[in-house]
Design a binder for this molecule. Structure first.
Ligand SMILES: NC(=O)c1ccc[n+]([C@@H]2O[C@H](COP(=O)([O-])OP(=O)(O)OC[C@H]3O[C@@H](n4cnc5c(N)ncnc54)[C@H](OP(=O)(O)O)[C@@H]3O)[C@@H](O)[C@H]2O)c1
Length: 298
C-alpha cells in the first residue's frame, strides 16, 4: 500500500520506519525537509507539500506536535484540506485537544474521506517495533478501513468512541506518567541525605508497586544522569510533555473538573522549559528536581 507520513519528527519517523520495514511504499512530508533524509535514504519518497502527499498516496498517517501544527498543516494553502480527498483515508496519531480532532476530522469527512484519530501510548522504540497502544476515535466503518495498518503499528487497539474520544483517553494515559516524573524527582530529593549511589537508589525505588512500566526503559537513563552523565537522547521532550499536561488541565476545566496535582506538575514542566530544557527528555524533570529541589514557582 502507498502510505504518506505527514510529520517526520521523532514519532512520525519511527512510524515511517515501521511501515517501510513491513513492506509499504512510504511517502513523507515534513515542515523541515532535512528531517526526512534518513527515511528517504531508506527508500521513502519526499513530497513538497501535505496536499501532494495526500494525492499521491492511498492513505496518510499524520503525526504532528500540537494543535497549532495540526491547524497549520490541514488548513494551509497547500495543506491536507486543499487536496483531492475523496476516497482517501487519514489516520491522525497526534496528541491534540479532543475538539481539534472533531473539527479537523469533520472537515476531512465533509470532503469524502475517512478520518480516524489514533493517538498512541508508547514512544519511539515501540513505534519502530509496531507495539504502540492505539486509542481510537471515529466512525465504525472508517475504523474498519484503518485497522489493517493500525494492526501493523500497534500491539493493542482500543476503539473507545466517536472522534475526540481517543484524544481524551490519550490525555488521561499521559497524565499519571508525567506526574510520576516530577514525583520521582521529589522522592529522590528526600533521599539526598542518604548518599546512596544513584543506580542503587533507582533500583530500589523501581522495585515497588508505585513504579510505572516506563521505569524499565528509563530508570537506567535517570540513574546515569543523576551520576552526572551527559543527557540521553530525547524520546519524549519536556515541551511536548508540558503541552500534554496543559491540554489535560484545559480540557478538564471545559468539562468542569479540576486537576490540582496535574496543574502542579505542569508548573514544574513549565519551569524546566523556561530554563531552556524544552528539548530534553521528559525524565530530565526528575533529575532536575532531585538536584535542585525548591518550591514550585507561583
Ligand atoms: N515522543 C514520544 O514518545 C511520543 C509518544 C506518544 C505520542 N507522542 C505525540 O506525538 C506527536 C509528535 O511527537 P514527537 O515526539 O514526534 O515530536 P517532535 O519530534 O517534536 O516532532 C513534531 C513534528 O511536528 C511538526 N511540527 C511542529 N510544529 C509544526 C508547525 N507549526 N507546522 C508544521 N509542522 C509542525 C514538526 O515539524 P519540524 O520537524 O519541521 O519541526 C515535526 O514533524 C506529539 O503530539 C506527541 O505528544 C509522542
Amino acid at each position: 500500500m502507498k502510505i504518506g507520513i505527514c510529520g517526520t519528527g521523532r514519532m512520525g519517523s519511527s512510524i515511517a520506519q515501521r511501515l517501510i520495514s513491513v513492506g509499504h511504499q512510504v511517502g513523507v512530508w515534513n515542515r523541515n525537509p532535512a528531517k526526512t533524509k534518513p527515511l528517504v535514504d531508506a527508500g521513502a519518497k519526499l513530497f513538497p507539500s501535505p496536499a501532494e502527499l495526500v494525492e499521491a498516496n492511498d492513505m496518510v498517517v499524520v503525526m504532528l506536535l500540537n494543535d497549532a501544527a495540526s491547524e497549520a498543516v490541514y488548513r494551509a494553502p497547500n495543506g491536507i484540506l486543499k487536496s483531492r480527498l475523496t476516497g482517501k483515508l487519514v489516520i491522525d496519531m497526534s496528541t491534540v485537544r479532543p475538539d481539534t480532532m472533531i473539527s479537523i476530522g469533520g472537515a476531512v469527512a465533509s470532503q469524502g474521506a475517512a478520518f480516524v484519530e489514533c493517538p498512541v501510548g508508547g514512544s519511539t522504540g515501540p513505534a519502530r517495533e509496531g507495539k504502540l497502544l492505539g486509542l481510537v476515535g471515529g466512525e465504525k466503518a472508517d475504523v474498519a478501513k484503518a485497522m489493517p495498518v493500525l494492526e501493523q503499528l500497534c500491539r493493542r487497539i482500543e476503539h473507545v468512541g466517536p472522534l475526540g474520544s481517543g484524544a481524551t483517553l490519550k490525555l488521561a494515559v499521559n497524565l499519571p506518567l508525567l506526574v510520576y516524573w516530577q514525583a520521582l524527582g521529589e522522592a529522590l530529593a528526600i533521599c539526598k541525605p542518604l548518599n546512596l549511589p544513584a543506580d542503587r537508589l533507582i533500583d530500589i525505588l523501581s522495585d515497588t508497586a508505585g513504579t510505572p512500566t516506563a521505569m524499565k526503559g528509563r530508570g537506567a537513563v535517570i540513574a546515569r544522569a543523576l551520576g552526572g552523565a551527559p543527557p540521553a537522547e530525547t524520546a519524549f521532550g519536556i515541551s511536548a510533555a508540558k503541552k500534554d499536561l496543559a491540554t489535560a488541565v484545559q480540557f478538564a476545566r471545559s468539562i468542569h473538573a479540576e486537576l490540582p496535582v496535574a496543574a502542579s506538575a505542569l508548573a514544574c514542566f513549565e519551569e524546566a522549559e523556561a530554563a531552556g530544557q524544552g528539548e530534553a527528555d521528559a525524565t530530565t524533570v526528575s533529575v532536575r528536581w532531585a538536584q535542585h529541589p525548591k518550591p514550585t514557582p507561583t
